[in-house]
Ligand binder design. Structure first.
Ligand SMILES: Nc1ncnc2c1ncn2[C@@H]1O[C@H](COP(=O)(O)OP(=O)(O)OP(=O)(O)O)[C@@H](O)[C@H]1O
Length: 270
């Protein structure tokens, strides 16, 4: 992931990014590159800097030093509307959408592609309906977004990303409020888009099963990166997360044929 070849095919590269708030250094000299088409997970303990890093990637935080490049251009050199077309974001907390229906919220995916006075065409409406059906929410189309369940809201944001057709999907712990079925379903939906995804996870087994590669951060620094079966080790779980666990192999293997690591945690060892 950090090799020259990876850099050449990278959609997103993070070069020596640091981010500070006042005198506190939250992210320190982060380097990583995300190859086009890969599904990459960001893992690390509470407060490690996952959200802070992702915010630097979708232009919410401006790095104090270093640069984030998208298709080889510094994202702060791009017009905000051009970057907004290419990047969709799904967050852990779903902001209130006031009186918007599910259909309206999914339609917002078209906004970066529209000019101020352009209206929604019949073809747009069809695209929105197809995206809603892709995430299995067709019977909720006219329902107020705020009245949807947590899992339905997250699926609606995936539908919005389908409509937006970005090159990159960034997800910040999107599964934290979801039950196990929806956690898997949401990640599989994200995978089915066939675009580059960078997502933070707290469920390490889910991350190991879903991701092509993992980036591990602790105290604002990248401490490891690579394929799940290289990164997820008993030593890493101890050193980074402070837990005692056994890592075995999941009975299923990844679509790539790679072994998927499976973590069994031990309790009562503190
Ligand atoms: N705007 C801010 N002002 C001050 N401190 C901040 C700000 N944003 C983040 N931090 C601090 O930076 C550190 C990293 O926070 P961040 O939310 O990025 O971690 P995280 O890995 O996403 O954590 P979690 O897993 O708990 O969600 C935390 O100590 C947090 O309090």
């Amino acid at each position: 992931m950090h090799t020259q070849t990876a850099k050449k095919t990278a959609l997103l590269t993070v070069n020596n990014v640091s981010w500070r708030v006042g005198n506190t250094l939250i992210l320190e000299q982060i380097n990583l590159s995300i190859e086009r088409g890969k599904f990459v997970g960001l893992i690390g303990p509470n407060g490690a800097g996952k959200s802070s890093l992702l915010r630097c990637l979708y232009r919410f935080n401006q790095p104090s030093a270093g640069e984030v490049k998208f298709n080889n251009t510094d994202i702060w050199q791009l017009k905000s509307e051009d970057y907004a077309k290419q990047v969709a974001v799904v967050l852990q907390e779903t902001p209130s959408q006031f009186n918007l229906s599910l259909f309206d919220v999914v339609a917002l995916g078209l906004t970066p592609h529209k000019t101020l006075f352009s209206s929604t065409t019949q073809a747009d409406k069809q695209k929105i309906a197809q995206a809603i059906s892709h995430v299995g929410l067709e019977s909720h189309s006219t329902q107020l977004f705020d009245s949807l369940s947590g899992g339905e809201k997250q699926r609606a944001f995936i539908a919005r990303a389908i409509v937006q057709q970005p090159q990159l999907l960034i997800m910040d712990e999107p599964t934290s409020h979801l039950d196990v079925k929806y956690q898997i379903q949401l990640m599989e939906l994200a995978k089915s888009l066939g675009i580059t995804v960078f997502a933070s996870f707290h469920d390490l087994n889910l991350a190991a099963a879903m991701c092509d590669e993992l980036v591990v951060i602790k105290n604002g620094k990248v401490v490891d990166a690579g394929k799940p079966n290289k990164v997820v080790t008993e030593q890493m779980l101890d050193e980074v997360f402070g837990v005692c666990a056994q890592v075995s192999t999941h009975p299923q293997s990844a679509a790539s044929g790679e072994a998927i690591p499976y973590i069994t945690y031990y309790y009562g060892y503190q």
